[in-house]
Design a protein around this ligand. Sequence first.
Ligand SMILES: [Zn+2]
Ligand SMILES: [Zn+2]
Length: 269
Amino acid sequence: MAEPDRATGKFVAFYELIEACRQPGCPVCRRLTEGGRRHLDAMLYEQVTDPDTRRRLRASWGFCNWHAWMLLEIPGAVSGAAIIYEDLTRVAIERIGRLRRAAPARAGWLARLRRLGRPAAWSAAARRRHGRAACPVCLQCREAEERYAAAILEFVDDRELVRAYEVSHGLCAPHLLQVLERGAPTPGLDALVGRTLAKWAALRRDLGGFVAKHEYRNRQPFTEAEAASCARAVEMLAGGRAVWGNALHGARDGGSGAPGEITAASGAA
Ligand SMILES: [Zn+2]
Ligand SMILES: [Zn+2]
């Protein structure tokens, strides 16, 4: 939780952003990725068998795609992950088995002709899973994202933040727009946009340098910034890896930024 620094009125989120500005990529995407990993870590070592944690994970059918795969990347996580997923696998077997028993094994000739029967039972089940409870780590990330947006808006003129932002790669496009959407127009916010656009212009120059030096007759070495420019541009436009969603299943910019995606509905099928 963000606790105010009594001397300056600054919040933990402010200092976390300052720290993230020293790392490559969008500072907010960096913080959300690290925060999610820390939350998973804590869950693994403290709450693997906690009844509340299990109940929440059953309601959400486990972690979301982002955090489920992140879980496997945590060193030494596999035994805790296996305990969690043994329980979730059992529940999934029960849910689908129950539906299978309720669903007709074979549709009559008329239903087959009209392609009815099976789709009704199973599509209702698919809809219920679609409306499952949110991934508990995403819920934490969502709260954190709100705090970072609020800290950026509140301290947009703060010299410490301006200095830290100067050495960062700047906000990704989706996070910049998220902040702009939340804040009233102020000269400070306009200056943030100006600083970000200057970073994007520098990134474009690095990309140009990278492309030009790729030409086979060119023997000039890439600068460090040029070598990293393509990955930086991808992050600038798409946001940090997995932080923002994809459109495969209909959600545009789903991930942590689409309020409609997350519901508190029970995941019980
Ligand atoms: Zn970002
Ligand atoms: Zn998640």
